[in-house]
Design a protein around this ligand. Structure first.
Ligand SMILES: [Zn+2]
Ligand SMILES: [Zn+2]
Length: 116
């Protein structure tokens, strides 16, 4: 998510609103959507089946109810009020962070055929 400030454009996590300070690892999705490592951890723990259809903020795909996803219960003022992430994107982020040498992250989701 991009936010305009007097100092310029600030990148922030869509899910918690934390500004990208180059310290917390973050992953960029489509259209400048961003997920930070802290939110990935929370998302994996708290993901559940959607009660209604949704569009994933990260990959912009439409999903039907019943798909596993994560939407924050509490959204800070800076966060994207509509942010939702699908399980597919969580698997991808889990794998990407685990492969990033600069990030201390071990895979929490078992590899699948698609996301080895
Ligand atoms: Zn976050
Ligand atoms: Zn997605």
């Amino acid at each position: 998510m991009q936010r305009q400030t007097p100092e310029g454009v600030v990148l922030a996590c869509d899910f918690c609103g934390t500004d990208w300070d180059m310290e917390i690892p973050m992953i960029e999705g489509h259209k400048g959507s961003i997920l930070c490592l802290n939110c990935l951890a929370r998302a994996i723990d708290e993901a559940k089946d959607a009660t209604e259809g949704f569009m994933c903020t990260m990959c912009r795909q439409d999903y039907d109810a019943g798909q596993k996803c994560y939407a924050p219960i509490e959204r800070p003022a800076n966060a994207n009020p509509d942010a939702v992430i699908c399980w597919d994107c969580l698997q991808q982020a889990d794998r990407t962070f685990a492969r990033d040498k600069d990030t201390e992250w071990e895979r929490r989701i078992d590899p699948t055929k698609k996301w080895r």
